[in-house]
Design a protein around this ligand. Sequence first.
Ligand code: PXL
Length: 288
Amino acid sequence: MMKNKIPLILCVHDISGFGRCSLTVIIPIISACGCQVCCLPTAVLSTHTGNLGNFILKDLTNFIQASYNHYRELNLSFDCFYSGFLGSEKQIDICIDILSDFKEGLKIIDPVMADNGIIYKTYTKTMVEKICSLAKKADIITPNFTEACILLDIEYIKLGISLKKAKKLLTKLGEEYSPYIIITGVYLDSGDMVNLGYDRESGIYYIIKCNYIPISYPGTGDIFTSVIVSSILKGISFPSAMTRATRFVEKAIFNTYTQNTDTRYGVSFENVISYFFEQNDFKDFEEF
Ligand code: PXL
């Protein structure tokens, strides 16, 4: 990449007006990390789909195909394709099509479809199958633990798992999906909550312990993956990007927790976003 060129990321996500998830967190975080967002909104919602009542959803399937064609006419060259929440089966097909023709940059798929053992309300069985096909086109996937179980077609494991089992899951995801794997929110039988990574080519497995707060907030995965995407495009190594994303999410969640806000309103990241302007070496990951 040309020196000083700002990496351009094609962000294929919904925009949920209220509730701090998808594009309302992705845009500020990627910008703060020094990358440029090009939005391809998959749907507009009044709020996210997590217990905020009767959300309104406007599907933008036709819009995304036409917009992408327009970007091609403009000869825009993207440094990265980054997708998350998708609103319809056809949309997932469009993403698969875009990726078949996407030779230029990094492909990061966050296979958004479930959390805490439960599939999101708007995801049909066919959509889940298609998300699995889409994930096979990625360079990096960032499932949470529930999504990792779905990708591997195994039952959600509620109890803590051993490191040996965790390694098996990562290896299998590497074999079936993409060269780089990150699984977030893995509960170990030691009682630790960790984020795990796997670099298939070098065969290295990474573990980052999280300072865990037992409350979950929507949008956490979008914050995490946005930091991963932009850190990697800015030349930060895979394990350091994982550490940076983990520490930022921790800081934002701690800040939210101490404010005692309604968990459905998402993570209060706004007053800790200066984290990205501080120097840090992000070296506190371990191999296992
Ligand atoms: O953060 C994932 C996400 C994205 N978009 C919408 C959601 C969710 C999770 O609940 O509902 C609309």
